[in-house]
Design a protein around this ligand. Structure first.
Ligand code: HEM
Length: 183
């Protein structure tokens, strides 16, 4: 599947970098967990607002149910934190980037089960509505089926991959900023 392989190939290194950067602070510590949730909270609400305005996004099965801004805010609130301000994401202007953006957003759920297990094993009693969101709903499977129907032309594939890279870049930037602020 050309589009999916291009998205994977074009972002694997960035996922690796993000995974490494996230793992620099233990997720099972309150600081590490708040850092992780805050990273998502600087990105997800703006991305979801943008997606809801993009006509292509409404073709994704259960698109409204996929929204996680509310559970993210609830988890942060339970930890005593307000939603942080969104990071600027100027690349969101390209309407044709929906496939790439959704790849990153939907993919971000895949590690969640793993992270939940880590928290459980460590006996950390944190609010996990965000990490557990969509569990058992087959979101990844239906996303892949939808992706297979999207424009696979070279130009569309390139744009989707670029947007996915930019979104990973936004995540990496948020974490770097967060850590710099605390130096
Ligand atoms: C420490 C943090 C993270 C860990 C440990 C992690 C772990 C994983 C794991 C285990 C998978 C594969 C799951 C499977 O095949 O069933 C995965 C896939 C993926 N993750 Fe992460 N992840 C993390 C953070 C993120 C974040 C923050 C994003 C997005 C911003 C993200 C985006 C993706 C994507 C797009 C995939 C799909 C790869 C593919 O199959 O094409 N991950 N992650």
């Amino acid at each position: 599947m050309k589009l999916l392989s291009a998205l994977r190939e074009g972002t694997t290194h960035l996922h690796g970098n993000l995974d490494r950067l996230v793992s620099e602070r233990p997720l099972a510590s309150r600081d590490g967990y708040v850092r992780f949730l805050s990273m998502h909270a600087r990105v997800i609400p703006a991305i979801e607002r943008w997606l809801l305005k993009a006509p292509e996004f409404s073709g994704l099965p259960l698109f409204q149910e996929r929204m996680r801004s509310e559970v993210l805010a609830e988890d942060l609130k339970a930890l005593g934190h307000a939603l942080p301000s969104p990071v600027p994401m100027s690349f969101l202007n390209a309407k044709s980037s929906v496939a790439g953006i959704c790849y990153v957003v939907e993919g971000s759920r895949l590690g969640a089960a793993h992270l939940c297990t880590l928290l459980d094993r460590a006996g950390a009693d944190f609010p996990t509505a965000f990490l557990r969101h969509g569990h058992g709903r087959g979101f990844w499977r239906s996303f892949l089926a939808w992706l297979a129907e999207q424009d696979h032309s070279s130009a569309a594939t390139e744009r989707a991959t670029l947007s996915a890279r930019q979104l990973f870049g936004a995540y990496l930037g948020v974490l770097e900023m967060h850590d710099d602020d605390r130096k």
